[in-house]
Design a protein around this ligand. Structure first.
Ligand SMILES: *[C@@H]1O[C@H](CO)[C@@H](O)[C@H](O)[C@H]1NC(C)=O
Ligand SMILES: *[C@@H]1O[C@H](CO)[C@@H](O)[C@H](O)[C@H]1NC(C)=O
Ligand SMILES: *[C@@H]1O[C@H](CO)[C@@H](O)[C@H](O)[C@H]1NC(C)=O
Ligand SMILES: *[C@@H]1O[C@H](CO)[C@@H](O)[C@H](O)[C@H]1NC(C)=O
Length: 158
């Protein structure tokens, strides 16, 4: 698969999975976790610690490698774990819409150039074009199956 489309696709799938677990979580206790009240203010104060850590790691990499998933997957895994840890630590569910907003901003900061470069400035080779055409098709199918799966899961939980 195309080197630049893949990380973007992966991040989208991660976000979709996050959305799905938030939805199934909501049917029970929403933003709340293990009886402790979720302090959203505190969570939004603590998440930038993770962002800073991720930024420091990424800055050690050549910016040309920022779209290469192999290069940054470890940093991203740490970042993801860090947001989970901080959110749960202040009694919030993870992922939750506020934390996702924060994570989306981080994606924008580091991965915003990952697809555009190729699509706009170069004449993409056939296999990239095919990938670009297939992504929305795949995502639509994935969305539908996730929604069906999520609603089945909530039915079971209720
Ligand atoms: C939530 O965290 C903020 C910032 O630390 C604090 O000022 C506030 O009192 C906390 N709220 C609750 C309900 O614990
Ligand atoms: C991405 O990084 C890996 C590991 O350093 C390297 O082997 C691979 O060639 C890189 N891919 C591109 C397209 O630069
Ligand atoms: C996730 O973070 C916590 C707290 O920093 C740490 O104890 C744990 O080992 C980490 N897990 C992974 C898989 O890195
Ligand atoms: C994206 O490209 C612009 C223009 O070349 C550059 O100023 C910006 O720093 C780049 N952002 C990232 C995240 O690489």
């Amino acid at each position: 698969m195309d080197n630049y489309a893949f990380p973007v696709l992966l991040l989208l799938v991660l976000l979709l999975c996050g959305y799905c677990s938030t939805q199934s979580g909501n049917s029970q206790d929403g933003l709340y976790h293990s009886g402790l009240a979720c302090n959203e203010t505190l969570m939004l104060q603590r998440l930038p610690i993770c962002g800073q850590e991720f930024e420091d790691s990424m800055k050690k990499l050549d910016t040309k490698k920022w779209c290469n998933l192999t290069e940054f997957i470890m940093f991203y895994a740490y970042f993801s774990n860090c947001t989970e840890y901080e959110a749960i630590n202040v009694g919030c569910f993870w992922p939750n819409p506020l934390a996702e907003g924060f994570i989306t901003n981080i994606h924008r900061q580091f991965f915003s150039n990952c697809t555009l470069e190729r699509v706009i400035w170069e004449d993409p080779p056939d296999e990239i074009l095919i990938t670009l055409i297939l992504i929305p098709v795949f995502l639509t199918a994935a969305m539908i199956s996730l929604v069906v799966w999520c609603s089945k899961r909530s039915d079971v939980l209720v």
